[in-house]
Design a binder for this molecule. Structure first.
Ligand code: 15L
Length: 257
């Protein structure tokens, strides 16, 4: 059984992945929040990713990492600096020292959220982060690229759209990623032969989608869910101007304080 560290295991997406992957992987689980009791095949590591000793213990003897930890949403620069930038670098450094060769990482569509909704873009399109959160994910794509070019650590960067049980807003007809399609992507990322450093947009089938990622077919991804099945729930055109939706227009956390 492959040994995999899942960070962010108490989070919204991490909790789903914890249950979904438990049957097939020996899981090391990390979160700053309480992880509850350990279940079969689980070893718990509660704590902050910026702690190098914790990271060293968590990654010892692993085959791969599914990195879903860090802050998600509209946060101050100080918050994303700590969790998404420093925490990610400490984790990669621990992975390098321990010889871990494969990481699947939760990047975000907010790396390119300032592209207008009228454009269809792909992973080679210019990055236009829509928030400090998007900036922190853009950093993560560069960091993982560096660790691949310099040390050969492979990363699948999933620019996740909107990962929820069902679309909850009009914009999600273009951005929705179902839980089971996310699971499929994570499993492919953990087990695919060679991926190098790969950046893809992660959505289910979306007729209105903004994003085109040819590498997904090569990876073997075949979405099982279709955002269009929920189209009748939402009236009229999307009110958003930018692909990142509310992230592109929300006040900075710094201005709300
Ligand atoms: C994200 O990256 C966020 O983590 C999530 O909370 C959603 O807001 C999502 O993007 C989205 O764009 O809908």
């Amino acid at each position: 059984m492959k040994r995999v560290l899942l960070t962010g295991a108490s989070g919204r997406i991490g909790s789903y992945l914890r249950g979904a992957l438990a049957q097939d992987f020996a899981l090391h689980l990390n979160d700053v929040a309480d992880l509850g009791p350990a279940r079969a095949n689980e070893t718990l590591f509660q704590g902050d990713l910026t702690d190098p000793d914790l990271c060293a213990r968590m990654v010892a003897g692993l085959d791969a990492i599914a990195h879903f930890g860090g802050r998600s949403g509209i946060h101050s620069f100080a918050d994303v600096l700590h969790s998404n930038i420093v925490g990610m670098q400490v984790l990669y450094e621990a992975a390098r020292k321990a010889g871990v060769r494969r990481i699947v990482w939760a990047s975000s569509n907010h790396v390119t959220g300032f592209h207008p909704v009228t454009e269809v873009i792909d992973p080679a399109s210019p990055r236009r982060p829509d928030s400090f959160y998007g900036v922190s994910k853009s950093f993560g794509e560069d960091l993982s690229r560096f660790y691949f070019d310099r040390f050969g650590i492979e990363t699948l960067c999933l620019r996740i759209g909107s990962c929820f049980p069902e679309p909850t807003a009009r914009r999600m007809l273009a951005t929705w990623l179902s839980h089971r399609d996310l699971e499929q992507l994570v499993r492919l990322g953990l087990s695919a032969g060679r991926i190098g450093h790969m950046v893809v947009y992660a959505t289910s089938e979306t007729r209105e989608g903004f994003w085109h990622s040819p590498a997904l077919r090569v990876l073997g991804y075949r979405p099982k869910d279709d955002a269009d099945a929920f189209a009748a729930r939402f009236d009229g055109p999307s009110p958003e101007r930018f692909q990142g939706g509310p992230f592109a227009t929300a006040p900075l956390a710094e201005d709300r304080a």
